[in-house]
Design a protein. Structure first.
Length: 350
């Protein structure tokens, strides 16, 4: 009757174990005598196989280790002296622990007192079950793997990013005493010009591209050296403008499939259009990136950014043939850009 009740109690565990191929267990242990060790090693192997587990002889091929140890049941007093426990409390204690081999984590630890090994026939199956019940079911293991994948994509040390950008560059005319009324180029003397043409703000909207190599130095902090190519110049000619710099990102990882990365940026122009007499090399700005998970290591990145040229741009007068004065005109440069790209991670951080 006792065996029948125990079998009914263990039936869900048996059915689950038979459906899990990766639940391999390695059994090892020590005891007071060789016969004790053989008894428990053989019995736990049989009970494990009866419950549907794969009992293996090589620890390296097992997901878990069931470790047993039989010690004398003794009482230790405060002065360090010992004596055997009373007979009714058992002569020996069997300690059982389940070890997860991937990280040597002890998942369970139980003890059971006995005097003769023959007493253990009625308890070995129950003790085995109590030890291995902490092994997660297949659904929980799958969820754990999925959770790791969800977290991995945002925890790599190195990311390579490529993106297509659409920058809108605004050139804001600066009123100057060298211009008629502060805005007009002219021909003839300044005080009595023969012809005047008012100038206005300009803007340029042409596509570009970016390549970035991001280093996630801390969990929330990244530094991304970046190289940008922008098409077109002040006079709308199709030329390539190149700049290099870096983004410093603060990564907000409060979502499973999204990382928000506000950033500050600093860029240095590598090329200068012939339209400009003086073009400040440096610009600074800020923006935010939205990274959406597309796999364990990849993400789709949407970027909104702003850059300000640090200094006034002096452009050559585009109407010098008819309105030769003054030879240069000053502008402020502001750039708003949107971008869409892909980012892939390398070297997982732990």
């Amino acid at each position: 009757m006792k065996k029948f009740v125990l079998l009914i109690f263990l039936l869900p565990c048996i059915l689950t174990a038979q459906n899990v191929q990766n639940r391999s267990i390695y059994i090892e242990g020590t005891a007071q005598t060789p016969s004790q060790r053989t008894f428990f090693a053989d019995n736990f192997r049989m009970e494990g196989e009866a419950l549907g587990y794969n009992i293996v002889s090589d620890r390296a091929s097992a997901g878990y280790t069931l470790r047993f140890n039989v010690v004398l049941n003794v009482i230790t007093y405060s002065d360090g002296t010992t004596e055997p426990a009373p007979p009714e409390e058992g002569r020996y204690i069997l300690f059982l622990s389940l070890i997860r081999n991937s990280d040597d984590y002890e998942m369970s630890n139980i003890g059971f007192a006995f005097t003769e090994v023959s007493e253990m026939y009625d308890y070995n199956q129950y003790l085995f079950f109590r030890s291995v019940i902490s092994i997660p079911p297949p659904e929980a293991a799958a969820l754990a793997r999925q959770r790791d994948a969800n977290e991995n994509w945002q925890n790599y040390f190195l990311y390579f990013r490529v993106a297509l950008n659409y920058p809108i560059r605004f050139y804001i005319l600066q009123q100057s005493p060298d211009l008629i009324g502060g805005i007009g180029v002219y021909d003839g003397p300044f005080l009595s010009p023969t012809r005047v043409a008012p100038m206005d703000h300009k803007f340029l909207a042409l596509p570009g591209a970016s390549i970035g190599l991001e280093f996630q130095v801390l969990n929330v902090l990244s530094i991304e050296p970046v190289f940008n190519v922008l098409l077109g110049d002040f006079s709308q000619q199709m030329v390539f403008n190149m700049e290099a710099g870096a983004l410093v990102k603060y990564n907000i990882k409060n979502f499973n499939d999204l990382v928000l990365s506000p950033y500050g940026s600093f860029m240095y122009s590598l090329t200068q259009s012939e339209d400009f007499d003086d073009y400040p090399k440096m610009s600074a700005g800020a923006g935010i990136m939205f990274s959406f998970r597309t796999g364990e290591a990849g993400s789709l990145v949407f970027d909104i950014g702003y850059q300000y040229r640090l200094g006034l741009i002096n452009a050559y007068n585009p109407h010098q043939n008819l309105f030769p004065h003054p030879p240069t005109i000053s502008y402020q440069n502001h750039t708003i850009s949107i971008g869409l790209g892909y980012r892939h991670g390398f070297f997982l951080r732990r």
